[in-house]
Design a protein around this ligand. Structure first.
Ligand code: IVH
Length: 673
């Protein structure tokens, strides 16, 4: 027997490791680094190696079994695992709420609102605080015993975090694979010739059905609990939300986006909120779930054949659909990048008709082996450009050909180039390629650049095709007659366009720089350049070294900028633009201006009423702040506008101060006065 001190140390280590897991998975507030955690873990592992009698089944070192299973045992659920009824739109949701109100006799019902996690339902049985069995839902009555695999999921405690555990507690919830983990796993699978998964849900399901738990242990699975099954020796609760709170105290993760809402309007607001933050989450959700929060009312409402009357899933419109590829074209981007695009048989995805999908680049088309005639799954998430997820192999017709990149630019016929080690094929013709020229002009007039309202994409194309625009400076030489003579234009609209063109002459240096469309120089870099050099001549004459002094400008971007201004054609265009009267206010020396937010890390979220996100960002930077994209312990404050989502939630969780737009406007005012 090891001496009592060692036994105590092992026990203390186990306790500490479990407590840190609780802080990490349940509270999302780790107090030690991963490296420190690993150090404690290894210390325990070494103790247990020397004194195997110290090993307990719930030790954090005992998650992974060492031999594959023969198969999965069947498990009969003591209480059936039901599914949920669905609604697909607001009217159906309203009708469902109405029925609940009628059946309960209440005017307004309180609901627990939860994301509908797109993973795999699982039942966890704890006896006297120990995890003794984990089972899949199966057909709802009988599932499979996946205990060995579930034990490898670090978010699931092997022992409940309490000294007085209930005799028996069945926790139900969803096993999920986070998107980041899914991407990383597929990348690994690609590199090692293993099978990739089509989506995180399949990945979670496939991982749980692994016969070798050592393999499951390598899969990045996670878990959120959403209900209680068998409950013996469990405290009395009045509300579902209390059960979930209690779960958390036991070390069982519960989704942090769950809320208690009131009535139809509360549900609808929650649905819209989830829809707006859905793309920012690190896991897939396919809708939201509403549950009558009062447990006595749940009992009163009871069950229909397959699902409870007290809960409903409000599904998001499907983001994936099946269609066929009519053709594969290539598109020329502003910087000459050639993007293959699939022309599709029109199909509704997520409420919008999709006819094109980006195929990204040559390697991507090869990897997915997308061919004309193929049946494909297309996906459209949020505002992102639709893409082809994969080909439905079984449906490939005979005689299809693999895709090959054209040799020549479809617009200007230049021979295309694909530099060694790069994924992108380019047309090298620059602005002498009409496609690139049109894109450059569209960029030049766009809202964040010269902001010429009314001079839209169609009009630019007409003007270029009519030979009226040969370089951006020609915009400022257009006259009313030329414009009014174009198709779909009249005197009035011609006048308006001319007014907008005139107005755009008074701009800012950052906007002008951005409008030039220098490769890799976006809005932020343009602002940094302007702030650093103060005037255009200084930027035009700057050496590569000097350019690299600007925040966020590395060697590659510095080269792009340097060469852009050395190009005689670009020099001429700039001079012509200036000669046409484009000007901007001088940038004052702001060295001695107060910087009230110097050194502060600030995150912007949601939309502001009085300014765009990028305007707010530069205003904050001018006050000395560093504006970052995600909330962490190092964030000093979050400025939240309308419809703020997960970043706000995260700030609240971490106790980061939250300010509003009004506060920001005040800071700007004060710094000015
Ligand atoms: S409650 C009787 N809550 O959706 C109600 N289910 O279509 C049992 N799901 O099998 C389910 N997120 O796998 C509930 N917050 C949530 C959920 C959720 C995802 C899944 C679950 C269930 C399926 C029902």
């Amino acid at each position: 027997m090891p001496d009592p001190q060692i036994t105590q140390r092992a026990e203390a280590l186990r306790k500490a490791l479990n407590e840190h897991a609780y802080r990490y998975y349940v509270l999302d507030e780790p107090v030690i680094s991963d490296a420190e955690y690993d150090r404690l873990y290894r210390e325990l592992e070494q103790l247990e190696q020397r004194y195997p009698e110290l090993i307990t089944p719930d030790s954090p070192t005992q998650r992974v079994g060492d031999k594959p299973l023969e198969g999965f045992k069947q498990v009969r659920h003591e209480i059936p695992m039901l599914s949920l009824g669905n609604v697909f739109d607001e009217d159906e949701l309203r009708a469902w709420d109405k029925r609940v109100r009628e059946l309960t006799g209440l005017e307004e019902v309180e609901y627990s609102a939860e994301p509908k996690l797109d993973g795999l339902a699982i039942s966890l049985m704890y006896e006297n605080g120990q995890l003794v069995q984990a089972a899949t839902r199966g057909d709802g009555t009988t599932g499979e015993d996946v205990t060995a695999n579930v034990r490898t999921i670090k978010a699931i405690p092997l022992r409940l975090r309490t000294d007085k555990p209930p005799a028996r507690l069945e926790v139900r919830g969803e096993v999920i694979m986070p998107r980041s983990g899914f991407e990383a796993y597929n990348q690994w699978a690609r590199e090692h010739g293993e099978k990739e998964f089509a989506n995180p849900r399949n990945a979670a399901a496939g991982s749980l059905r692994q016969l070798d738990p050592r393999k499951t242990a390598g899969r990045p699975l996670s878990f959120f609990a959403y209900s209680m099954g068998v409950a013996e020796g469990v405290p009395d609760f009045n509300k579902h939300s209390q059960v979930l709170e209690w779960f958390k105290t036991l070390g069982i993760p519960v989704n942090p986006l769950n809320r208690v809402v009131k009535g139809y309007q509360g549900m609808l607001d929650y649905y819209r909120w989830m829809q707006s933050i859905r793309d920012d989450l690190d896991y897939d959700i396919d809708g939201v779930v509403f549950k009558v929060n009062d447990l006595a009312l749940q009992e009163k409402l009871g069950y229909a054949t397959k699902s409870p009357r007290w809960a409903i899933a409000h599904k998001f419109p499907a983001e994936e659909a099946t269609t066929t590829v009519w053709a594969i074209d290539v598109q020329v981007g502003r910087t000459g990048s050639i993007t293959p695009v699939a022309r599709l048989e029109p199909v509704k995805v997520g409420g919008v008709t999709v006819t094109n999908a980006t195929l990204h680049n040559e390697d991507e088309v090869r990897r997915k082996d997308i061919r004309v005639g193929d049946t494909v799954i297309v996906r459209r998430a949020g505002d992102v450009i639709p893409e082809v997820v994969r080909v439905v192999g079984e449906k490939r017709p005979e005689g299809t050909q693999p895709f090959t990149m054209p040799q020549r630019c479809p617009v200007c016929d230049s021979v295309l180039e694909r530099p060694e080690g790069e994924a992108v094929t380019r047309c090298p013709a620059g602005l002498s390629c009409d496609a690139q020229f049109k894109e450059a002009l569209k960029h030049f007039v766009s809202r964040k650049a010269m902001d010429i309202e009314g001079l839209g994409e169609k009009l630019i194309e007409q003007l270029v095709d009519a030979g009226l625009l040969k370089n951006p400076a020609d915009i400022y030489r257009l006259n009313k007659e030329q414009l009014a003579n174009l198709e779909r234009m009249g005197e009035k609209s011609a006048e308006n366009v001319l007014k907008a063109i005139e107005k755009s002459k008074y701009t800012t240096l950052p906007r002008f720089l951005y409008a030039l469309g220098i490769r890799e120089v976006g809005e932020a870099t343009s602002q940094n350049l302007a702030r650093h050099f103060k005037n255009l001549d200084a930027i035009r004459n700057a050496s590569i070294d000097e350019l690299q002094q600007v925040p966020d400008v590395g060697p590659v971007v510095a080269e792009h900028i340097y060469h852009f201004f050395r190009n005689p054609k670009n020099q001429r265009v700039i001079d012509e633009l200036l000669a046409q009267g484009i000007h901007w206010p001088e940038i004052p020396d702001d060295e001695d201006k107060p910087k009230p937010l110097a050194g502060k890390n600030i995150v912007l979220t949601g939309s502001l009423a009085s300014m765009s996100r990028s305007e707010a960002k530069s205003a904050l930077q001018a006050l000395g702040a560093k504006v970052t994209g995600s909330v962490s312990k190092n964030t000093d404050m979050v400025i939240a506008g309308d419809k703020a989502g997960s970043k706000l939630a995260k700030a609240e969780q971490l106790g980061v101060p939250v300010k509003d737009e009004h506060w920001l406007l005040e800071q700007i005012q004060q710094a000015r006065s």
